[in-house]
Ligand binder design. Structure first.
Ligand code: DSN
Length: 465
């Protein structure tokens, strides 16, 4: 079934009002946080001990999961603030509960900062996650049974891009595009599939794809197929905000992202709209208005305003001058990891990276992804097993590993330090290959010591002092 997309109309975007900046009043937040932590230690020592252990674990391990990052403590403070007490269904200026004046200002601030960080014309900051954001967009634009076209899960796509394991693959007619045997997107093939299947929505973006994505080309394909285009930039949002990866915001009809990966923010999601924000939605009102209704009341109830505040805090950092440096460091770090792993004889999907992500193809080495993941964790290096293109191993086993540089960069690691991390990964993989998948204690001890030294030299910023 094909879709005739409505043409844009001149209509004011229902944008956020300017935030009201006021002097800080009320109890001091730092004192509040300090008292809260002391109170927790006294009231629930068992839970407090577990939370402390987790903080220590994070500081003492090398987090190289590509979907991970580390939020500034000021972001976590927002998440733990009294805003979490607030029930505030609706949007700023149009709530279904009283007592939301401050919350309105905070949500408007988050919206304005999201727009500033991404050059967007409108933003919805309430999604509880990237998956929730995608679900809202898909349910807004498609009716059950309509066709969507997304990257297959085993080629690096995300569950919510039409996987049969997700509602997006169960309630919609999901068709998949794949990568080439070398792991690259094939835009000509995607076009052929779009013209053959006539999806109502094309989803671009990935969870395990280390190369740049040509969003302009995707939009050409969507326009030719008369489809909406959704760009999910959860993994590369920081590179996009820093101008180190082309932005989809004015190419896609809608852009989504999670906030805890490359935006160094809280658990949560964003929906961003660019030049198509004012086009009519599929039913009534603009596309932006349609998507707002899709978030609330269609797929979510009350927002988590504490999380919205934490997004505002993270987005302020993303739009500020320090972020460009961090984004450059994470891109350089990934390059250094890729180069060193290749020098050490390991096979990289696509041969390298344009992003923060490196995908290692372990097939043919005698070491599976699950074994490698476990051995690395026992040395204090945290990665995740991942299927690679053409992988026939089960998802819990996998023939590959996915690595990322977000947290290394946040710890201030430069190319040299990132290459040292890659060397440690390669040392473990070499030892596993040489010993039939078992890691000798001597290797584990030596790598763990070097991990500890690296972590001590590069502590998580702001967590210890
Ligand atoms: N989307 C999942 C991943 O990429 O690992 C979780 O964020």
């Amino acid at each position: 079934m094909s879709l005739t997309l409505p043409t844009p109309v001149a209509e004011p975007v229902e944008a956020a009002a300017a935030p009201v900046a006021g002097p800080a009043t009320g109890p001091d937040l730092v004192a509040f946080a300090g008292r809260a932590a002391a109170g927790l230690r006294e009231a629930d020592p068992a839970l407090y001990a577990l939370l402390s252990r987790e903080s220590a674990r994070q500081n003492d391990t090398l987090m190289m999961v590509a979907a991970s990052s580390v939020a500034d403590p000021s972001v976590l403070a927002c998440g733990g603030s009294a805003l979490g007490n607030l029930t505030a269904e609706g949007f700023p200026g149009a709530r279904y509960h009283a007592g939301c004046g401050v919350a309105d200002e905070i949500e408007r601030l988050a919206i304005d900062r999201a727009c500033a960080a991404f050059g967007a014309r409108d933003a919805i900051v309430q999604p509880h996650s990237g998956s929730s954001a995608n679900l809202a967009v898909i349910t807004a634009l498609l009716s059950p049974g309509d066709t969507l076209l997304g990257l297959d899960l085993d080629c690096g796509g995300h569950l919510t891009h039409g996987s049969p394991a997700s509602v997006t693959g169960r309630y919609y007619r999901a068709k998949g595009y794949r990568v080439t045997p070398d792991g690259f997107l094939d835009y000509d093939r995607i076009r052929e599939l779009a013209l053959a299947h006539r999806p109502k929505l094309i989803v671009c973006g990935a969870s395990a794809y280390p190369r740049s994505i040509d969003f302009a080309r995707f939009r050409e394909i969507a326009d030719e197929a008369n489809a909406y285009l959704l760009a999910d930039i959860s993994h590369i949002a920081g590179l996009v905000a820093a101008g180190l990866h082309p932005s989809p915001v004015d190419h896609a009809h809608v852009t989504t992202t999670s906030t805890y990966k490359q935006l160094y923010g809280p658990r949560g999601g964003l929906i961003l709209l660019g030049r198509d924000a004012r086009m009519p939605g599929p039913e009534r009102g603009t596309l932006a208005a349609t998507l707002r209704r899709a978030v609330f009341p269609f797929t979510q109830g009350t927002p988590d305003l504490a999380s919205v505040a934490a997004k505002a805090r993270a987005l302020d950092f993303v739009a500020g001058p320090g972020f460009a440096e961090l984004a450059k460091r994470l891109a350089d770090g990934a390059q250094a990891v890729a180069e060193r792993l290749a020098e050490r004889g390991l096979r990289l999907v696509t041969g390298g990276t344009d992003t923060h992500m490196v995908l290692l193809d372990l097939r043919g080495t005698g070491v599976t992804g699950d074994v490698a993941e476990g051995a690395l964790e026992s040395c204090g290096i945290v990665v995740n097993r991942n299927r690679v293109p053409g992988d026939t191993t089960p998802a819990r086993v996998t023939g590959g590993l996915r690595l990322g540089s977000n947290t290394l960069a946040a710890r201030g690691m430069d190319r040299t330090a990132a290459a040292e991390c890659a060397d440690l990964v390669a040392d473990v993989l070499d030892a596993l290959r040489a010993h039939g998948g078992a890691l000798p204690d001597a290797v584990r001890d030596r790598v763990r010591d070097r991990v500890s030294a690296l972590c001590a030299r590069h502590p998580l910023p702001g967590y210890l002092s």
